[in-house]
Design a protein around this ligand. Structure first.
Ligand code: DQA
Length: 152
């Protein structure tokens, strides 16, 4: 695996409930299903994958601090922290690596409080409303960014 670009896929609060939580909005796939899809995509794209989820803001931030030196790119679904967390956005800003923001649902079709993202201004790309396929699309884009050594 040496020499493969590495990507951290981070999932925020409540995404551990995927598959049972509001399936009309988020679908019936579980987070394990999404991890499986990401593993398949990463293998196909020649990326080393680290897939994680936490309900704790501080844990996500600690992982992002580690990522500053440990990974080449970050795909993140910050979940509700997207709309609330300056701290998470600051942690992402401190990383000179490409960041792609993913949302399973189309947040712009939903409540007004979901329309603002603290993460979007520092993201290289944003994938919204493509269901869990959004994670695969994000990894495909990340492979292109890393192959071209695009930082932001
Ligand atoms: C979400 C959208 C957020 O508004 C929400 O809080 C989530 C999931 C999405 O993937 O669609 O938990 O990030």
């Amino acid at each position: 695996m040496m020499g493969m670009p590495s990507v951290l896929v981070l999932n925020g609060p409540n995404l551990n409930l995927l598959g049972t939580r509001e399936p009309a909005v988020y679908g019936y796939e579980t987070l394990d299903d999404v991890a499986g899809r990401c593993r398949e995509a990463a293998a196909r794209l020649g990326l080393a994958l680290d897939f994680r989820q936490s309900n704790a803001e501080h844990q996500l931030i600690d992982w992002l601090h580690e990522a500053r030196t440990q990974v080449d790119g970050i795909v993140i679904n910050p979940a509700a922290l997207t709309h609330t967390s300056v701290a998470l956005a600051d942690a992402l800003s401190a990383i000179a690596k490409p960041v792609i923001e993913v949302h399973i649902s189309n947040v712009h079709k939903r409540e007004a409080f979901r329309h603002h993202s603290f993460v979007s201004p520092i993201a290289s790309g944003i994938i919204v409303g493509c269901g869990t396929q959004g994670y695969v699309l994000a990894l495909e884009r990340m492979a292109v960014l890393l192959a071209n050594e695009v930082v932001s």
